[in-house]
Ligand binder design. Structure first.
Ligand SMILES: [Cu+2]
Length: 403
């Protein structure tokens, strides 16, 4: 990587080159002089000492003061560059990095969570470091940054990437059997790509349960394909019998929803035999009940509600909604659908103007009785969509909320 505009790497490299350079010059200089004198004043040629000098103030002063100056410049140069590594430039983007056995999680100011660190190019990034369990260490060689994450303590590093690309992140503190798997990457995006990445997530086809499993780092210990890992594989486990230890007694039970919930909230209560009790409990603050249910649904092989956004989009198109409502924010005969789920609107009700937040109920009413709570400034010309089935109405609402 081009090291220009990679301030943290430059700071570390400059000091390394400076100290290494001086050390090399001294090593070579001293070795050459030593060898020269050994050869020149060898015993066969000069059996008796030839010099009668007993001291030289000048020489002693030089070889005392000069090394002190050299060492002090090393200290000064190292110190000023270290300070640069600790002082965050203005306008830095803050991302929270949480280390846990054995994966990383990155949380953005808007609450978005990722297992890779996505950042824009040429912007300082401040990474706040946390650990939920043991000592780990956040290490990105490309930016020459490495710092321990300590449970109960907040720490930080910063960097600025000069070019888009993918750069390794390692854990550099031995933290247990999965330590070597604790790798991920910094994904540096161009400004345009980053702006696109910032857009609200496209409703993905990935089931929520799987997203949570990935976000929470579960998959670094539990495989999805049947291979045995640090923990049991999650492959087709639902409804299967397992030997578990409850209160030191081994019992057989069938894996069901209740068991899975307990295994996530309190893993050591009913441990599957043959595995070590090293999974941390995931409380409600870490995985809320809704996400817990999504994970359990996913593991139980239950399909998630078929409220596919594409069905909603198709219905919108088929029913001609887009003739009046734009999807790009431009105003038409009717309000635009863009960002409709995040908006508040002024409506007239019982002769009074009130402001309401657009939510599922509002949208349902707007579809079925469009002219009841009409948005101020628009004409009551929309026909009711009551000829659609409740499922179709739901699909449209889901789609609208994601606009
Ligand atoms: Cu680690």
């Amino acid at each position: 990587m081009n090291q220009l505009n990679n301030p943290t790497a430059q700071a570390v490299d400059n000091v390394l080159i400076y100290i290494f350079g001086f050390s090399l010059i001294l090593l070579l200089g001293i070795t050459v002089v030593t060898v020269y004198f050994v050869v020149k004043y060898r015993r066969s040629k000069y059996p008796e000492p030839t010099s009668q000098v007993h001291g030289s103030w000048l020489l002693e002063t030089i070889w005392t003061v000069l090394p002190i100056l050299i060492v002090l410049t090393m200290f000064w140069y190292g110190w000023t560059n270290y300070v640069g590594l600790r002082e965050i430039p203005e306008g830095a983007l803050e991302v929270k990095a949480t280390a846990r056995m054995w994966s990383w999680q990155f949380e953005y100011p808007d609450g978005r969570k990722e297992s890779k660190l996505y950042v824009p190019v040429n912007q300082p990034i401040k990474v706040l470091l946390f650990s939920t369990d043991v000592l780990h260490s956040f290490f990105v060689p490309a930016f020459r940054i490495k710092r321990d994450t300590v449970p109960g303590m907040e720490s930080y590093v910063w960097f600025q990437a000069p070019e888009p690309g993918s750069y390794d992140i390692f854990c550099a503190e031995y933290c247990g059997v999965g330590h070597a798997d604790m790798t991920t990457s910094v994904e540096v995006l161009s400004e345009a790509d980053y702006a696109q990445w910032l857009q609200p997530l496209e409703p993905s086809a990935t089931p929520r349960g799987l997203v949570v499993l990935d976000e929470q780092g579960c998959l670094s210990c539990h495989s999805l394909d049947g291979t045995d890992g640090i923990g049991p594989s999650l492959f087709e486990m639902a409804g299967q019998p397992r030997q578990v230890t409850i209160n030191r007694e081994s019992k057989e039970l069938i894996i069901d929803e209740e068991y899975l919930k307990l295994a996530i909230r309190d893993p050591e209560a009913e441990m599957v035999d043959g595995y070590n009790p090293m999974m941390p409990p995931y409380d409600e603050a870490t995985i809320n009940n809704e996400d817990l249910q999504a994970v359990v649904n996913y593991l139980m092989g239950k399909a998630e509600a078929a409220k596919t956004p594409s069905a909603g989009a198709q219905l919108m198109d088929e029913n001609g909604c887009l003739g009046c409502h734009s999807t790009d924010g431009s105003d038409g005969i009717a309000p635009s659908f863009k960002g409709i789920g995040q908006r508040e609107v002024t409506i007239e009700r019982d002769g009074k103007e009130i402001t309401v937040k657009i939510d599922v109920e509002y949208l349902r009413r707007a579809l079925l009785k469009p002219n009841a709570d009409l948005v101020k400034g628009y004409s009551p010309i929309m026909p009711s969509a009551d000829y659609l089935s409740p499922e179709e109405i739901d699909a449209m609402i889901q789609h609208l909320l994601q606009q």
